[in-house]
Design a protein around this ligand. Structure first.
Ligand code: HEM
Length: 443
């Protein structure tokens, strides 16, 4: 019951033959007649050809049925694409991570070959409740508030440099370095180690996808990043134990809740999780969001005219093109979802990107509308940060970063234009992000 067994690759570096050789739309998994009709299967949904715009295939998925069993060999794995079913699964205690193979898990730090680390994201209550309470005591709203001046000054400094050049890859010049600086500051990593740390972050987040989609080099990079990270943080944790400073790591070392504290390995797992969960996701929020504005000039003008719309605009960016496209769960007991029976051990893939375009949840869902989350009747809440007990611990931080970055960008840069329409996406399935965002910009 893993993605890997779903369509065994001939080589670890290659995607399944069916996804490589056939046109999108022509490959359907063995979709149960009773359940899904003749809709697209997983191989369609995750076909590389759809990466620039996966939303039409998500629509076809929703319109062809609620539940889409996937070809995974033994066991059962089902795609869930309707908003209400996604929310119900994320909310229900019947679904969790108990026996879910790691290849179906988002934010899987390390690898599934035994060297990887397990974080709170992959635990169920009561272990999850305990870990989350301890980490939340160290990672507080004050922690986020303290980072605000850094984000503001960094955003300005990065824009100064980009404006001077007049042309830039907005990811490399702006969207990437800022979240990296923030996560490093949070964890107490000095600026001289930032680039190493960033490279580990990218290797680990690439490594979240099913192994058969990774090249041998990517698998090796993931293993190396896991080892490098563990060695680096073991040392840093020892330093903070000896001499605590004002960073999150020092607070994690000293945090106490009813006489309980984090073990060495739990601290390490939490650091990896914060890096993997908080770095590339935030880059993608900013880059996907700016792209949506550039492709919808009317919405860009609206936002320029009324910066108070920024909060709503960031929520709309998270809904319209979410940085994390799916979440995995396994049934911890026999259960039902919208009347459909699942047996204990069955797996599901909650397709966040599809839930966000469900017309039953969002009127005119394919329209990018920066006012959608304003007014006395704002839109249905999105699930870009998940829902329920695993709701993103860094949501407030990510939104604060994006709001400040967006505000600075629109205030400082009067003219912003793409220099090409030929944009490519990173090959990740879980994280949705561009390789580059080449722009021309002037004050
Ligand atoms: C735009 C940026 C971000 C997005 C889209 C995002 C998305 C998500 C999602 C979807 C989940 C839940 C996954 C699930 O239920 O399976 C999650 C959990 C989590 N995120 Fe984020 N995240 C972002 C930024 C951050 C940041 C900046 C941090 C911290 C520095 C962070 C830390 C976490 C942690 C610790 C969890 C696990 C919570 C738990 O298991 O209780 N995230 N995130």
């Amino acid at each position: 019951m893993t993605f890997t067994s779903a369509s065994e690759p001939t080589a670890p570096s290659a995607p399944p033959a069916s996804t490589r050789d056939s046109a999108p739309g022509s490959v359907s998994g063995p979709v149960s007649e009773k359940v899904a009709g003749a809709g697209p299967g997983m191989l369609d949904v995750f076909h590389p050809a759809h990466r620039p715009d996966p939303y039409p295939v998500f629509r076809a998925l929703r319109e062809s049925g609620r539940f889409h069993p996937l070809p995974v060999g033994e066991g059962s794995l089902t795609l869930i694409s309707h908003y209400s079913d996604c929310v119900a699964a994320l909310h229900s205690g019947a679904w969790g991570h108990h026996s879910l193979p790691s290849t179906v898990n988002p934010f899987r730090p390390g690898s599934d070959s035994g060297e990887g680390l397990r974080s709170m994201l992959r635990t169920n209550p009561p272990a999850h409740t305990r870990l989350r309470a301890l980490v939340s005591k160290a990672f507080t709203p004050r922690t986020v508030a303290h980072l605000r001046p850094l984000v503001t000054s960094q955003a300005d400094a990065l824009l100064d440099a980009a404006l001077e050049k007049g042309e830039a890859d907005l990811i490399e010049a702006f969207a990437r370095p800022l979240p990296l600086r923030v996560i490093c500051t949070l964890l107490g990593v000095p600026p001289e180690d930032e680039e190493t740390f960033g490279a580990w972050g990218m290797a680990l987040s690439r490594g979240l996808d099913p192994d058969y989609l990774l090249t041998a080099a990517e698998l090796a990079q993931r293993a190396e990043a896991t080892r490098g990270f563990a060695a680096y943080f073991t040392e840093l944790i020892a330093q903070r134990r000896a001499a605590p400073s004002d960073d999150l790591l020092s607070r994690l070392v000293t945090v106490q809740e009813q006489g309980d504290s984090l073990t060495e390995s739990e601290m390490l797992e939490t650091c990896v999780l914060l890096l993997v969960a908080g770095y590339e996701t935030t880059i993608n929020l900013v880059a996907n969001g700016v792209l949506a504005l550039l492709r919808n000039p009317g919405q860009l003008s609206l936002l320029r005219a009324d910066p108070a719309l920024t909060v709503s605009a960031v929520d709309e960016m998270l809904r319209y093109d979410p940085p994390v496209h799916w979440a995995g769960r396994v049934a911890l007991e026999d259960t039902t979802l919208a009347g459909h029976r699942f047996a204990a051990g069955d797996g599901i893939v909650i397709v966040i990107g599809s839930a966000h375009r469900d017309p039953e949840a969002y009127p005119d869902p394919d329209r990018f509308d920066v006012t959608r989350f304003t007014g006395s009747a704002p839109a249905t809440r999105h699930i870009a940060f998940g829902f329920g007990i695993h709701y993103c611990l860094g949501a407030a931080l990510a939104k604060m970063e994006a709001e400040i970055m967006l505000t600075a960008l629109l205030r400082r840069v009067r003219n912003l234009a793409l220099t090409t329409d030929r944009l490519t996406y990173r090959p990740h399935l879980l994280a949705r992000g561009l390789e580059t965002l080449p722009v021309r910009l002037s004050a």
